[in-house]
Design a protein around this ligand. Structure first.
Ligand code: GAR
Length: 204
């Protein structure tokens, strides 16, 4: 049984999709050990409580990054977390934090990386005029929105779209992509070659 730790800052819809899949047995041999928010008013905290999951606030307000990260890492270790899923956690992790959990931190980003990293990726893609965008689940490394890619889903940009309708269709794909990526990592049937994640590898 693997312990998942969810970090979030807001609404928590990606977390909820993961939690539902865990509860339904669609993410096998895993449990959500803790949900941590750096914002006391994050909607995701309410979802966690409603689902009977451990929900913790570690406020980042006014704290130096290192001090906040030390508290976060302590809480994750205390809950014996094996895999950390950033689900709308809108705060950069320090290199030290990343080094505590090598290849054990995942993030979801609402664009086809490496296009449109950073904030408001859906709006960036819409304004740029791309015809296809999507979402990416990737490992977290020490650079922003940069680690090896695990799953990507494409979403066409329609002539009738605005930023909101586009973001909503991307979000639907995010909810599918994240659990798929968690399953790939937990099943361990993959290797990273350069930057490329290759699945279904056989040893020997
Ligand atoms: C999601 O769209 C996620 O991809 C994005 O924040 C949203 C959180 O929604 N994350 C980033 O932009 C990270 N750079 P949620 O709280 O409903 O899961």
């Amino acid at each position: 049984m693997k312990n998942l730790g969810i970090l979030l800052s807001g609404r928590g819809s990606n977390f909820e999709a993961i939690a539902r899949n865990v509860a339904a047995g669609k993410i096998a041999d895993a449990r959500i050990a803790v949900v941590i928010s750096n914002k006391p008013d994050a909607g995701g905290l309410e979802i966690a409580k409603r689902m009977g999951l451990e929900a913790v606030v570690i406020s980042s307000k006014g704290k130096p990054r290192e001090e906040h990260d030390r508290e976060m890492v302590a809480a994750l270790q205390q809950h014996k977390v094996d895999l950390i899923c950033l689900a709308g956690y809108m705060r950069l992790l320090s290199p030290w934090f990343v080094q505590q959990f090598p290849r054990r931190i995942l993030n979801i980003h609402p664009s086809l990386l490496p296009a449109f990293p950073g904030l408001e990726a859906q709006e960036q893609a819409f304004a740029y005029g791309v015809k296809v965008t999507g979402c990416t689940v990737h490992f977290v490394d020490e650079e922003l929105d940069h680690g090896a890619i695990i799953v990507q889903k494409t979403v066409p940009v329609l002539d009738t779209d605005d930023e909101h309708t586009l973001a909503a269709r991307i979000l639907e794909q995010e909810h599918v992509a994240y659990s798929e990526a968690i399953n790939i990592i937990l099943q361990g049937k993959c290797a990273i070659v350069g930057r490329r994640l290759v699945t279904n590898v056989t040893s020997g």
